[in-house]
Design a protein around this ligand. Sequence first.
Ligand code: FE
Ligand code: FE
Length: 174
Amino acid sequence: MRERYDHVLGCEQESARLALRYGADERLAREAALLHDVTKPLNFDEQLKLCQKYGIILDTVEKNERKLLHALTGACVAGKVYDACAEVCRAIRSHTTGDADMALLDKILYLADYIEPTRNFPGLSELREEAERDLDGAVIMGLTMSVRELAESGRLVHPRTIDARNSLILRKET
Ligand code: FE
Ligand code: FE
């Protein structure tokens, strides 16, 4: 419980910092971070109930990688219960997988969730350094780490993660 609390506050702090660094709206960045894991404590049945309530249709990968559901249900709860705006909901929806054509706020939340102060994993310091230098580069790095980790542990990779990575790489090259 405490861990979740620390993670969310760390994410808020990091999200606000990245918003200032890259010229995004700080208030929205904080709001997105505070709400991003709002449905994370719910179990699978509760997640499914929310999906039904909000008309969320799950694809095969989402049905099999249960961790992905909290981003989808969280975005709906943020909007319907907490009155969050479309930008915030969109950032929450894409915070776990990424998405094609990510907006600035989407990238900030994606990274803040990954590198907030309580995180600890191999490659974190490189990712933090890249986040200071180049936002898109850091998101690509984070997505690549996720794809690698999921693949190596035999898990499914959501197409949105591949789309996110491809679209950022393509935009970098042109
Ligand atoms: Fe999350
Ligand atoms: Fe999180």
